[in-house]
Design a protein around this ligand. Structure first.
Ligand SMILES: Cc1ncc(C[n+]2csc(CCOP(=O)(O)OP(=O)(O)O)c2C)c(N)n1
Ligand SMILES: [Mg+2]
Length: 410
């Protein structure tokens, strides 16, 4: 018997601190192709071990292997590579625009591009995502205009949200992208509710909920799992485990649980883990989960194992809380390089074509940026009108806002 009488308070500690040597020896990585692909009507009790493994398709040699491979054509994979490269370039330009004072704030996806870009491909028109701020790939991969995204980031006169949302909090019903809520984890209850409504009205559209590792500690996450499992809601429950929640390491939110995916097991929800930096694996698992939802088998919880290579946002400096070279040590590599190598291995891509594509994409992003800046930036050019601040939110404006609008003279 240990320490009878003396209680100790437990706080999970990260493996390393700034100045230390990055250490991911606790991340067990199964071989690509080693995890079987069950039928979509599988009894969840028989696949519990999948919540502790990692589904991977791309191996170190750049080959696609195993039961989860073979779903996408070369053309689709080349398109996927372009989506991820576009998102990365878009991020780099907008990050720079923030430093130049053209917007107040930006959040990038560096290292996580495969998750949202590949997921989008598993959905159908009319399906609805309830995203966080780190899934802009859902829009890029669905052909949403970059200029419109930039207009939102600049809060300029062409911003469809008219400056009422924080930069990067896009919204597009047509592209299945529900208005982003800054209050994290609300996405889960909203998505499950939307999915239940879709089932109640005998519709065919499914929902996708999005949450980060840190935000799973919110009670909304757990409440959503209760409803999703009880009513077998047609929803894909995505957990993006990028190892960090601003400066808090994933072990705090995960606590004593083996994995985030394992949270789903107590609810009887099939729960899988997937290599989030493997475009093919992300797509295959997303498709499996979407098919389950569409066939009335209910929710699937998917944990994407990835790494946030950049800062949390333009307001964050990760050198204060993690070793500088930690992202280089991340064992699942870089999603863009891995898909590029796969396509080169298949003989449908080359280093030269990649370099050329990078230049073309940069040119397209710069052209979009010029167009958006023609509509204004944070401190220059066109702005939404003061009147916009009062409109489009309430069906009937409350008296105190009516008074404020009068005071503002609009
Ligand atoms: C309910 C709520 N609590 C706190 C915050 C402040 N906040 C913004 S981002 C963030 C970290 C979230 O980390 P994670 O869920 O892992 O997502 P990631 O940023 O890594 O994608 C926090 C605490 C918030 N936006 N909403
Ligand atoms: Mg996180």
């Amino acid at each position: 018997m240990a320490d009878a009488g003396m209680l100790r308070f437990h706080v999970p500690e990260p493996e390393v601190r700034p100045g230390g040597t990055p250490d991911f020896s606790n991340v067990t990585i199964p071989k690509a192709g080693s995890v079987p692909r069950p039928e979509i009507d599988v009894d969840p009790r028989t696949i519990r071990d999948m919540a502790f493994s990692i589904i991977r398709v791309l191996n170190r040699a750049g080959e696609a292997v195993g039961a989860w491979s073979g779903l996408l054509s070369d053309q689709e994979l080349l398109e996927g590579l372009r989506h991820m490269m576009t998102l990365r370039t878009f991020d780099a330009r907008m990050q720079m625009a923030q430093r130049q004072g053209k917007t107040s704030f930006y959040m990038q996806h560096l290292g996580e591009e495969a998750v949202s870009c590949a997921f989008r491909r598993a959905l159908q028109p009319g399906d609805m995502n309830f995203p966080t701020y780190r899934q802009a790939g859902l829009l890029i991969a669905d052909g949403y205009p970059m200029v419109t995204m930039m207009n939102q980031i600049y809060s300029n006169e062409a911003d469809p949200l008219k400056g009422r949302q924080l930069p990067v909090m896009y919204s597009s019903k047509e592209h299945g992208f529900f208005s982003i809520s800054g209050n994290l984890a609300t996405q889960y209850i909203q998505a499950v509710g939307w999915a239940m409504a879709s089932a109640i009205s005998n519709d065919s559209r499914i929902a996708a909920a999005w949450i980060g590792d840190g935000s799973t500690a919110e009670s909304d996450f757990h409440a959503a799992l209760v409803f999703a499992s009880t009513y077998k809601a047609p929803v894909v429950l995505n957990v993006v485990n990028n190892q960090w929640a601003i400066s808090t390491f994933q072990g705090i939110a995960r606590g004593g649980s083996g994995t985030f995916a394992a949270r789903g097991l107590g609810f009887g929800i099939p729960s899988l883990r997937v290599d989030g930096n493997d475009y093919l694996a992300v797509h295959a698992v997303a498709k499996w989960a979407a098919e389950r939802a569409r066939a009335n088998f209910g929710p699937t919880l998917v944990e994407y194992v990835t790494y946030r290579a950049g800062a949390h946002s333009t307001s964050d400096d990760p050198s204060a809380y993690r070793p500088k070279a930690e992202s280089d040590a991340w064992p699942l590599g870089d999603p863009v390089i891995r898909l590029k190598n796969h396509l080169i291995h298949k003989g449908v891509w080359s280093e030269d074509r990649h370099t050329q594509a990078e230049a073309e994409i940069l040119e397209t992003v710069i052209a979009a940026q010029k167009e958006a800046e023609g509509h204004g930036t944070l401190h220059a050019g066109g702005k939404p009108s003061t009147r916009d601040m009062f409109e489009g939110v309430y069906a009937e404006m409350p008296p105190h806002l009516r008074r404020q609008r009068q005071q503002a003279g609009v």
